[in-house]
Design a protein around this ligand. Structure first.
Ligand SMILES: [Zn+2]
Length: 602
């Protein structure tokens, strides 16, 4: 069996030109060699595994070479000095790992060595790796030598953490900032290594390794070795993700498709599938976030370059990007980052993720699709706890004067929150719920007489006006982007008839409540509904109707105003009486009440 040499060593660059992804640095170093303007001390800084030590070694070898190539300024690799460098037994290079040799003693020993001139070659090069790890006493001991070194001594300090180097050291060094190596460069180099080793590798596999290495070539090469030892001469994408425990990108594509459809059950099933494969929840959420980010940058030709990947994968992303709005992607990303923050402190991590997946499902699903299909359930919720359901409402009371105003002219600031409102606004403002994208402002009848502001109570009839103003969110607005025109009675009548028909089976009571005699059309496309009691004045029903009308009549200016005319004798009915009336219309209500074990307030 051949001696296995790890690729990171075997393919460590030995010339400036073979260093990957640091062209500006290698050409500057070459120029300084050419003009013979060599600084005494250099600071190589940058992330781990990007070639700092490699460049330092090539530099040391080059300045000691006896026959530097005048054209390329690369070492000859043939002279005595080059050979000893290549065999790693040159006396002209000293490497000190400051991570483990950081005491004053270590530095004193180094300083002693510096005093001895080189026996062969021109320069002695001292490479101090992880120089930020030196103790401050060691730094001080080193300072003097760094300030006035002998002409034959060159220092190359390497660090991943430049900010930890004290200014007196920084000011004495020529500083070189190494870049993170791009995925593209890494893939190219891995492909070269694979070819040299006679290994066939799928492009997606190399891409996955490069992404996992995150800009560090050394990591990329050791990942490559790991996969090779697992798969042999052929490397596939599947082998790679299996070996690196990376979730197949197909899962993310599938997930986003389900989000767009608002398919909560399938989303949860796919997530379950992922966890049963042993993937950690946080790992998944971060993967999802970077997927969403990649879809987002794929939307625009000016940002697509930010996504480092192969053309075939880029195509797949561009395809998905077509179906995702920016708004959806940004909100979904926002939810993912929140999970990332909350994950550690959450006591039920799985629930946290599932909840947020459900929230993402709700982002893009149009409201009207759901309200019909899911209405019976919603009704239950309404009866159960209408005051706390987040599908609720910002209840606001307005003065009678403002009631005269058209909804569109009403600034939000003018709406006064009812002081003792039972509705509490519990939702996190930064989470875009459906309710927020469709803000409802309702002026409702004050519950207590003392609170009625400017509302006249006529003898026998108390008349209250409920009014609502619905601002469509940007997304929906776009959907209904139409020319506004004044509605006609006929248009409205026809649309209302269609609507009644569409809900006649599901909500017969509401269909009856919006009979033609109760519907009126006012200026500015305001639809007035007069209810005989307020049990039918349901905010979700109204939403549903409003969305239907806007769509059906192709007019986004439509608003709905409701009015409840109650005969006083009706108003004196107890809640129980009212309830009994309701049960007459819908007997299922009573079954539900029993199931939920609800009673009446006195
Ligand atoms: Zn040489």
């Amino acid at each position: 069996m051949d001696n296995f040499i790890v690729s990171a060593r075997k393919y460590r660059p030995v010339t400036f030109d073979s260093v990957v992804g640091q062209e500006s640095i290698t050409s500057t170093l070459k120029n300084s060699i050419k003009s013979n303007h060599l600084a005494q001390a250099f600071l190589f800084t940058g992330p781990r595994g990007v070639g700092k030590t490699t460049c330092a070694r090539i530099f040391a070898k080059t300045i000691n070479c006896e026959n530097i190539d005048k054209e390329t300024l690369e070492p000859c690799d043939k002279c005595e000095s080059c050979i000893s460098f290549n065999q790693q037994n040159s006396f002209n290079i000293h490497e000190l790992d400051a991570a483990s040799n950081n005491s004053v003693e270590d530095i004193r020993r180094l300083v002693e060595q510096v005093r001895v001139p080189p026996q062969v070659g021109e320069y002695k090069v001292y490479i101090i790796d992880e120089v930020h790890m030196l103790s401050s006493a060691a730094f001080n001991a080193f300072l003097k030598t760094l300030e006035e070194p002998p002409s034959y001594a060159k220092f190359i300090l390497a660090t991943t953490e430049k900010h930890k180097i004290i200014p007196t050291i920084l000011s004495r060094c020529q500083i070189y900032d190494f870049n993170r190596i791009t995925v593209k460069d890494t893939v190219k180099y891995l492909a070269y290594v694979a070819k040299s080793e006679g290994i066939e590798a799928e492009e997606e596999a190399l891409l996955t390794m490069a992404q996992k290495a995150d800009g560090a070539m050394r990591d990329a090469l050791s990942i490559f070795d790991q996969i090779v030892s697992y798969t042999g001469k052929t490397i596939t994408y599947q082998d790679t993700i299996d070996n690196l425990n990376i979730l197949d990108v197909e899962y993310y594509f599938k997930m986003v498709d389900l989000f767009l459809r608002g398919d909560i059950p399938s989303t949860l099933n796919v997530y379950n599938d992922i966890t049963s494969k042993g993937f950690d929840g946080l790992h998944f959420i971060n993967g999802l976030a970077s997927h969403l980010r990649n879809v987002l940058v794929s939307k625009d030709s000016t940002t697509v370059a930010l996504f480092e990947t192969s053309n075939s994968i880029r195509k797949q992303y561009a395809e998905q990007a077509k179906y995702c709005s920016n708004k959806f992607l940004i909100y979904a990303l926002d939810l993912c980052t929140k999970v990332d923050i909350d994950y550690k402190i959450s006591s039920d991590k799985r629930l946290l993720i599932e909840l947020n997946l459900m929230k993402i499902c709700k982002l893009e699903k149009p409201f009207e699709q759901e309200s019909v299909a899911a209405l019976p359930e919603k009704k239950n919720i309404e009866i159960d706890k209408p005051k706390t359901t987040p599908a609720a409402i910002n209840e606001a009371v307005n003065t009678a004067a403002k009631e005269e105003k058209k909804p569109q002219e009403k600034p939000a600031e003018n709406i006064v929150q009812e002081a003792n409102s039972e509705y509490t606004s519990v939702e996190d403002k930064s989470i875009p719920k459906q309710e927020e994208t469709l803000p409802i402002k309702t002026e409702s009848k004050p519950k207590k007489k003392g609170k009625s502001r400017g509302i006249s109570l006529k003898a026998g009839i108390s008349e209250t006006v409920k009014k609502e103003e619905i601002n469509l969110s940007d997304a929906l607005e776009e959907k209904y982007k139409t020319v506004e025109k004044e509605l006609t009675d006929e248009d409205l009548e026809k649309a209302m008839e269609n609507y009644r028909e569409s809900i006649s089976k599901e909500r017969p009571a509401f269909a009856a409540a919006i009979a033609p005699k109760n519907i009126g059309l006012k200026p500015n496309n305001e639809v007035l509904i007069t209810f005989s009691n307020d049990t039918m004045d349901d905010i979700e029903f109204k939403y549903d109707l409003l969305l239907f009308l806007k769509k059906e009549l192709n007019n986004k200016q439509i608003s709905i105003t409701t009015k409840t005319v109650e005969i006083k004798s009706v108003a004196t009915k107890t809640s129980k009486d009212k309830y009994i009336d309701m049960v007459k219309v819908n007997p299922e209500l009573d079954i539900l009440r029993k199931q939920l074990d609800l009673d009446f307030k006195a």
